[in-house]
Design a protein around this ligand. Structure first.
Ligand SMILES: *[C@@H]1O[C@H](CO)[C@@H](O)[C@H](O)[C@H]1NC(C)=O
Length: 547
């Protein structure tokens, strides 16, 4: 029995399973998300006995594509937690995904997501489902299941997070509850599984002025962290949580202080009562730095105290998504043990860390480069230098930002598309290698060409799209219509004019507000100075689109 189960296990894990009716199903895991599957319709096979509390499901009936497929299937009643065949249908994104409790799963609210899916019963034969069941029940008896070996030094490798605990050290909390808070933070630290390859933590104390108690790099073993937490002294003072949050977002996560590249940055703000200052600006700064802010609030202000709260909506303003995921409430500091595990699960679900997205790692930037005769070879080199300097600022990778370039005269030539080069070095050398075309100027046609051929293939992706049009003169065709169509397709247009480029054309092409999306310089040498303004403009638009 055991060897056939193993064989079947290997068969299922290898991916394709063929049903008796000939349809192919892909065996997936409990954590496969909609966005991990192919577009269109796909038949999949969910395993049995998924850990229900670890499912992330957004929506009801129609689910955001970052939801677990098997979780959604159980939530919608298509299968039970004994596994089974599910047909997944890709759907367009929605403005809102509601939270509904059904079949043992609490789905969550999410606003605006790029794509969705729905689930219906799969077409697998019952024979195959029986096979799936026998495999999952037979497997433990083989004794071959890889045991989770707990390497203490490495820590929990499945939990990727760099976490700052921003603890409350104000008069609101007082010495006694401050100690209870330390207990709670200690319990969270223990359960996280801190280690060299697991989560790293540090502590900042908020009171009148913030104080970094220790950094991520100071301790990478649970025991040391617990000792450091025990040693924390209560500072007292006003509850300037906004000031402390801003300070932590700016100062805590530097590479020198132990932040790791590509690992989600998290600040867990503990708040007893309410903050004395404003959290809104601090929330914006945290977003700019790609930090995921969690607010753990304990003991909400009483009705009499409410009048003293500066801004009742402070929690929603501090977090990047007001979807309930990032805010967490505990009624008191007593009996908090049961709150430890759910909080740890949130902190460790790195695919939920939506706020890690910044303008540097989540944009597509297309450059539309005028190659007309009036520019001349040496000025054309200055234009390429400008393109290169803008591109340099972004984190280019297959999961990050992407860059494309099109050169135009009357004609258009895609120098490289968004998916051709996905490292910064390759993009920069591709820019360097662009040959000057020389010819007329048809900017309108070139915008249409770029919208269709360069942005078309990426328009449903997760990144925000930007087009930077560089030109030195009057276009022979209409620019207004093509630019409006590009904007309608979700592309933010910046126009950069040099020398004889007419300001009216530049403004007509640019996105609203036109003033801040239009740039002009008399000389080609002036392009260099515009680089920081363009980057700042892209980052501002990116943030505004997330509000
Ligand atoms: C953490 O590391 C920094 C730099 O190495 C050091 O200055 C500081 O004293 C350390 N803090 C603690 C609490 O060990």
């Amino acid at each position: 029995m055991w060897h056939s189960a193993l064989l079947l296990g290997a068969f299922l894990l290898s991916g394709q399973v063929r049903g008796s009716d000939g349809s192919a199903s892909t065996a997936i895991t409990c954590f496969t998300r909609g966005l991990d599957l192919r577009k269109g319709t796909e038949d999949v096979l969910c395993p049995a006995n998924c850990p229900l509390w670890q499912f992330y499901v957004f929506g009801d009936g129609v689910y955001a594509s970052l939801s677990s497929v098997c979780g959604a299937a159980i939530h919608s009643g298509v299968i039970t937690n004994t596994g089974g065949a599910v047909r997944v249908q890709t759907l367009p994104g929605q403005e809102n995904y509601p939270a509904v409790n059904a079949n043992g799963i609490q789905s969550q609210v999410l606003s605006r997501w790029a794509s969705s899916f729905s689930v219906t019963a799969g077409t697998q034969s019952t024979a195959l489902e029986a096979v799936g069941r026998s495999v999952s029940t037979a497997r433990p008896s083989t004794g071959k299941r890889p045991k989770k070996t707990l390497d203490k030094k490495a820590g929990n490798k499945d939990c990727k997070a760099d976490i700052a605990f921003l603890i409350d050290g104000s008069y609101n909390i007082g010495q006694r509850r401050f100690n209870l808070q330390k207990n709670f933070v200690g319990k969270v630290a223990v359960m996280l599984g801190i280690g060299t390859e697991g989560p790293h933590v540090g502590v900042v104390q908020a009171s009148e002025h913030p104080k970094i108690e220790f950094y991520l790099k100071n301790f990478t073993a649970t025991k040391e962290v617990l000792f450091a937490i025990k040693e924390l002294g209560f500072r007292g003072g006003n509850s300037n949580t906004g000031k402390a949050l801003k300070y932590t977002a700016q100062k805590f996560f530097s590479l020198e202080n132990g932040a790791r590249k590509g690992i989600p940055k998290i600040i867990v703000v503990f708040l007893d009562g309410w903050p004395s200052d404003d959290l809104e600006e601090a929330g914006i700064v945290a977003r700019e730095f790609g930090v995921n802010v969690f607010i753990v609030s304990v003991a909400k202000p009483t009705t009499e105290e409410l009048g003293m709260v500066q801004d009742i909506g402070f929690v929603d303003k501090a977090v990047c998504r007001n979807n309930g995921f990032f805010s967490y409430q505990m009624p008191t500091w007593f009996g908090t043990t049961k709150y430890v595990k759910p909080l740890v699960q949130k902190l460790c679900s790195h695919e939920q860390m939506l706020c890690s997205k910044t303008c540097y790692n989540s944009v597509n930037i297309g450059f539309l480069i005028d190659g007309s005769s009036s520019i001349g070879e040496s000025n054309f080199r200055l234009v390429l230098e400008f393109v290169s300097n803008v591109a340099k600022a972004f984190e280019i990778s297959d999961i990050g930002s992407k860059v494309a370039a099109v050169q135009f005269t009357y004609d258009q030539r895609t120098e490289f598309g968004f998916t051709d080069f996905v490292t910064k070095d390759k993009v920069l050398s591709a820019i360097h290698g662009i040959h000057y075309m020389s010819g007329g100027t048809a900017t309108g046609d070139a915008i249409s060409f770029t919208t269709r051929n360069v942005f078309g293939p990426v328009k449903d992706g997760p990144n925000k799209n930007f087009l930077i049009v560089l030109t030195d003169g009057q276009s022979y065709d209409d620019v207004r219509g093509p630019a409006a169509a590009a904007q309608k397709a979700g592309i933010t247009v910046f126009s950069v004019g040099v020398a004889w480029a007419p300001l009216d054309d530049l403004k007509d092409m640019a996105s609203e507000p036109r003033e801040s999306h239009t740039f002009f310089t008399r000389e080609f040498t002036g392009l260099e100075q515009m680089v920081p303004d363009i980057i700042r403009g892209i980052c501002k638009d990116f943030l505004d689109s997330k509000q």
